[in-house]
Design a protein around this ligand. Structure first.
Ligand code: ADP
Length: 807
């Protein structure tokens, strides 16, 4: 038996093991994959050493590593790459916009990598809001771009609307923006990614005209044997990476699209928490060749940057400069004893290399390039306390307004308002002028104004109103011929941890400034004391009385300040709402699509044949659908950021219900449904009318959408100081299992009406948010599958603003 086994070992088992071993070894040999690469920063490009990198390669490399593929990048022009793809000489081509024509030539993966579109930019001489404004304009476009000559490119688009204009073809997107900032063109077209990244280098502004959205994907040869396997694996990993906020995909998207250095995607973190950012060889050499970098500050721009009594630099900026100096081996040194006006004129002639804390203005753009923003601030109007209540910049249009010379506020007033400000050399002078009645208002940075008001003890001044809800950003401004330094500083800024930045803010924003430190104030007190000692008891009493008043006012000023701070914190949250602002941008072009197609459908531009009518109706409906979706998204993101305007007012409930019913009447008619109403007509409410109406319309339109025959009933009951509103239908109903999902965002339940009814899955979610967070109530639903549903809410008859602020 033993001998048999041994023989079995030698003659049978060993050869089997040998074969298995070989096939395992073969399995481990990585699959060789040829990838086409061309030059289109930041999506794909060759770096200074010829290595291919960019959004697409970085993500593809990660997928290849997970799948044990070996990638070989084959470089070529765009057209070379496409013909290689067609001849199966490469296996994958990155960064290809999907189109039906192209899908006849190549295979595409399913998961969209990103969506790109054409954006129109203008310069300061032109204000462009919609396509119509492009009439008779000179438009710079890139030759051969899909946004120029493609099926949905700008040329075709303007031709379709019969808008005449002159096209100026140039070789690259950079040339488009250069043409525009030199005034050789009135408008220019670039893709959104290029625009986002590079428009700041030119004197141009983005308009709300966008067009030609395209889905950018990976493409594969039709005749490839491995294409389907590659598509399957790439889609799998891409979908997973999109979900994970820390994935290479999401990091690369953020970092490339915000213009931060690529190394950050892969940066490791030290034990103290900050990211180690490798400097490139050329950056190291640059630092070595520039052992001393001179920077200038506004000596009174507290708490950002200012010189103290001993002439030492203080403030947030100083902390940032110190950290970046340490971390990157730079030697940035402040040039002292210069007024802000002197600093600016020296910086313009490059006697000063850097301004570490300024905002971007058109004029500064001519002399400097800017780092990524690192501090936010708000612009405010300061007046005397006895001035009337202000709501914003429009209220001071007719007043005499002070502003500091060479400040971004001066440019803001001159460029964006009709105010002709009175210019003062320093911020202090401008505040004194406001305090003693020389001018009626002052416009400046809220934080530094608050600092000087306290320090100079100008108790008769108040922060009256913000100029807008938009935060301004502060940047390092570097002389134009030193772009390397901007990239180095950006790396330094990116290496800071959230904690480091929080600590800096904490240290400087809440500093208690003791009055009396300033020599001017000391002298004022001495003068006052001398006077007081010379005056009889009566005046002494009067002085006491005044002092009390001052304290009261100071407490009031402090209160206003902390309220302003609170408001600013909330606004800060709001700023980060990319979705909301993005959605807002989309509304303008959508409105013009709806408007134009509406006009054409009404036959105002000539007769249409049936096919045209059908197509245009679809465009019009889709645009309306998208607009609804966007409006919902804006509302939701506002509520989620805790910032939605609440306007309680007195009104009769019946009126609002009537209005809601009228707005869904066309749907009722087309579905052949009747509506019944059981609403007492004496209910007076004090709540947010608009939000109540919005919730009612959403419920009613759902009831109509999901009811094939029968009726919809709206009824109201009063329960003490609350009302219960119920919208009942005889529709398809909802299964008990689906109930927990009902009020979630983007949740659409399976039903035979789903496609026909159309919808976004946001309606109920928005109602829940509105009812619970704005109207102070709760929602409910009772339903039975096949029998119908009753959706409703219970809300207080009266809400106070206090209720909403406490939320
Ligand atoms: P949608 O835009 O799809 O209507 P909603 O958030 O308003 O989005 O509703 C979410 C889902 O809840 C709907 O897709 C539908 O399946 C279900 N639903 C809402 N209202 C009703 C109703 N009155 N009857 C039956 N199903 C409903």
């Amino acid at each position: 038996m033993f001998i048999y086994l041994k023989k079995f070992n030698i003659f049978i088992l060993y050869p089997i093991l040998f074969i298995v071993n070989i096939s395992f070894a073969e399995d481990r040999t990585p699959l060789q994959i040829r990838v086409g690469a061309y030059d289109n920063r930041p999506k794909v490009y060759a770096n200074e050493y010829g290595t291919i990198e960019g959004l697409f390669p970085d993500v593809l490399n990660e997928i290849a590593q997970r799948e044990s593929w070996h990638l070989e990048y084959i470089q070529g022009s765009w057209n070379e790459c496409l013909s290689r793809l067609e001849n199966n000489e490469i296996d994958i081509m990155v960064d290809v916009a999907f189109s039906t024509v192209r899908s006849e030539r190549f295979l595409f993966n399913k998961e969209t990598f990103l969506v790109n579109w054409g954006t129109v930019y203008s310069n300061n001489n032109n204000h462009l809001d919609s396509l119509i404004d492009l009439k008779n304009k000179r438009i710079a476009v890139m030759k051969g771009s899909i946004h120029t000559d493609g099926d949905n490119g700008i040329k075709r688009l303007l031709q379709q609307f019969a808008i005449d204009c002159e096209f100026i073809p140039v070789d690259s997107y950079s040339d488009v923006l250069a043409c525009l900032s030199n005034n050789q063109a009135d408008a220019g077209v670039v893709n959104r990614i290029f625009g986002t990244l590079y428009s700041k280098l030119y004197d141009v502004k983005e308009t709300s005209i966008i067009f030609n959205p395209s889905h950018i994907k990976f493409a594969f040869p039709k005749q490839s044997n491995i294409a389907f396997m590659l598509i399957d694996r790439i889609d799998y990993h891409l979908a997973k990476m999109k979900e994970d906020p820390d994935s290479i995909y999401n990091k690369a998207m953020y970092i490339y699209l915000s213009g931060l250095p690529r190394e950050l995607i892969f940066a490791k973190t030290t034990t103290s928490g900050h990211k180690i950012i490798p400097l490139s060889y050329s950056e190291k050499i640059w630092i070595k060749n520039h052992p001393y970098i001179r920077f200038g500050v506004d000596p009174e721009f507290a708490p950002f940057e200012y010189l103290n009594e001993k002439g030492e630099l203080n403030g947030m900026t100083f902390d940032y400069v110190e950290l970046i100096n340490q971390r990157l081996g730079l030697n940035m040194q402040v040039v002292k004893d210069m007024s802000w006006n002197n600093v600016i004129s020296n910086a313009k002639i490059k006697n000063i290399d850097l301004l570490p804390c300024v905002s971007i203005t058109n004029n500064r753009n001519k002399y400097f390039i800017f780092s990524t923003p690192y501090i936010q601030f708000y612009r405010a109007i300061i007046t005397r306390t006895d001035m009337p209540f202000l709501t914003g910049i429009d209220d001071i249009a007719h007043m005499t307004v002070a502003v500091q010379d060479n400040s971004s506020h001066k440019e803001y007033l001159l460029d964006q308002t009709k105010i002709q400000p009175k210019v003062y050399q320093t911020l202090k002078d401008a505040l004194y002028a406001t305090s003693n009645g020389e001018v009626q208002a002052f416009v400046g940075n809220i934080a530094s104004s608050a600092y000087w008001i306290r320090k100079l003890n100008l108790v008769n001044l108040k922060i009256a109103a913000p100029t807008s809800q938009e935060a301004q950003t502060l940047h390092f401004a570097v002389r134009k011929d030193w772009p390397e330094l901007v990239s180095i500083i950006n790396k330094g800024l990116a290496s800071l941890t959230q904690k480091e930045e929080r600590d800096i803010r904490k240290r400087w924003i809440n500093v208690e400034y003791k009055p009396g430190m300033d020599p001017g104030v000391v002298w004022r007190y001495i003068f006052q004391i001398v006077c007081v000692s010379c005056i009889i008891v009566l005046l002494f009493l009067f002085w006491n009385f005044r002092l009390k008043n001052e304290i009261k006012k100071r407490i009031q000023a402090d209160k206003e300040l902390s309220e302003a701070n609170e408001r600013l914190k909330k606004l800060d949250q709001l700023k980060s709402m990319f979705i909301a602002s993005m959605s807002h941008e989309l509304r303008t072009p959508l409105n013009s699509i709806i408007g134009f197609t509406g006009v054409i459908l009404l036959g105002m531009t000539g007769p249409l044949n049936d096919k045209q009518k059908d197509h245009l109706t679809r465009v019009n409906n889709s645009a309306k659908h998208l607009l609804n979706l966007i409006t919902d998204v804006i509302d939701i993101s506002k509520i989620e950021a805790g910032r939605i305007d609440v306007y309680p007012q007195d009104f009769m409930l019946t009126e609002v219900i009537e209005e809601a019913i009228i707005s869904i009447e066309p749907q009722l008619k087309s579905n052949n449904l009747t509506i019944q109403k059981f609403v007492p007509d004496d209910i007076l409410l004090h709540t947010d009318r608009k939000r109540l109406l919005q919730s009612l319309i959403n419920y009613l339109s759902n009831a109509v959408k999901y009811t094939e025959k029968g009726s919809v009933t709206i009824s109201v009951d009063v329960i003490e100081d609350k009302i219960k509103v119920a919208v009942k239908d005889t529709g398809i109903g909802i299964s008990q299992d689906d109930l927990p999902k009902l009020f979630n965002a983007f949740e659409r339940l399976e039903s035979h009406l789903k496609i026909k009814a159309g919808g976004t899955g946001l309606g109920l979610y928005l109602i829940r948010k509105l009812v619970t967070e704005i109207l102070g109530g709760d929602v409910f639903v009772e339903t039975q599958i096949g029998q119908g549903s009753t959706f409703g809410f219970i809300i207080p008859k009266s809400i106070s603003l206090k209720h909403n602020f406490e939320k």
